[in-house]
Write a protein that binds this ligand. Structure first.
Ligand SMILES: NC(=O)c1ccc[n+]([C@@H]2O[C@H](COP(=O)([O-])OP(=O)(O)OC[C@H]3O[C@@H](n4cnc5c(N)ncnc54)[C@H](OP(=O)(O)O)[C@@H]3O)[C@@H](O)[C@H]2O)c1
Length: 251
């Protein structure tokens, strides 16, 4: 599972280990993953391997797959959770930061789904959980490129849900709303009062994602309030969706 050094990734690792899964933890920061691995081995008695990697480097997903193949590891459940947002005016954000985010949120996630999905197809079974966002449902000024990456993830995930079913692979896309993690700090954002009222803790978000995955759902939005937001959004014209998002998320 990717993005295992903080936030949602920690709860994904804990819940999967509690279900008896051996894990491969991937993110850039090795230390928090080693500490988590130690804790989960003790708590759940499973094997955990830490694989530090910068997935925003082109080709990183294929390189990771090669390293795991060399150790004869087989991935039955891929949780593609690593990602971050870039908050602020598009033209004021260094383009290298935006491109790096696209590389991680879009290219690495796609490549991971491909390299591990092909193995799962050969075996005739597997599970893939992609982490998108509530921002996937509409354009979001001040999170313009980030929201666009998550719209891609949701679209890819739902299409692959249908396409890979015949290979025995379940693909589910999780859309969290604002969640108490390292996300805001990484994005350079401060949550507004309105957003703080909707903020969820990571645990129930992760539980809803895994529940949907095991149930074979195409996608799930975490939390009742976020489901209401996603649904009411559909009833609004797009200019109103943008205005509402700007009010809640803008500077
Ligand atoms: N929290 C929210 O409000 C929210 C809402 C909707 C969607 N999401 C999505 O949820 C996912 C998890 O984010 P989070 O909320 O848990 O935030 P987080 O606490 O900042 O976690 C992000 C994870 O991604 C990893 N990561 C970042 N850049 C990476 C890179 N280049 N290569 C490998 N790993 C990298 C980070 O580890 P390192 O820094 O150690 O690499 C970290 O483990 C993301 O896809 C995010 O877009 C979050």
């Amino acid at each position: 599972m990717t993005g295992a050094s903080s936030g949602l990734g920690v709860d994904f690792a804990d819940l999967l280990a509690a279900q008896g899964y051996d894990l491969v933890l991937v993110a850039r920061r090795q230390e928090p993953m080693e500490a988590l691995a130690e804790q989960l081995r003790f708590k759940h008695g499973v094997d955990i391997v830490v694989e530090p990697a910068d997935l925003a480097v082109p080709g990183a997903a294929a390189a990771l797959k090669e390293r795991l193949d060399a150790r004869l590891f087989q991935i039955d459940v891929l949780v593609s959770n690593a990602g971050y947002g870039v908050h602020g005016d598009f033209l004021d954000t260094p383009i290298a930061r935006t491109v790096d985010m696209i590389q991680l949120n879009v290219s690495a996630l796609t490549e991971l789904s491909y390299v591990f999905g092909r193995d799962m197809a050969v075996r005739g079974h597997g599970h893939i959980l992609l982490v998108a966002s509530l921002l996937a449902f509409q354009p979001v000024p001040t999170y313009a490129a980030y929201a666009a990456t998550k719209a891609y993830v949701l679209s890819l995930g739902e299409a692959l849900h249908d396409e890979l079913r015949s290979c025995g692979i379940t693909v589910t896309t999780l859309c969290p709303g604002h969640t108490e993690t390292g996300f805001d700090a990484a994005a350079g954002a401060t949550a507004s009062a309105a957003l703080r009222m909707l903020t969820m803790q990571p645990r129930p978000v992760v539980q809803s994602g895994l529940h949907a995955l095991w149930k074979g759902r195409a996608s799930v939005t975490a939390g009742v309030m976020n489901k209401v937001v996603a649904f009411s959004n559909r009833l609004m014209p797009r200019f109103m969706q943008r205005a509402a998002m700007r009010r809640v998320l803008g500077p």
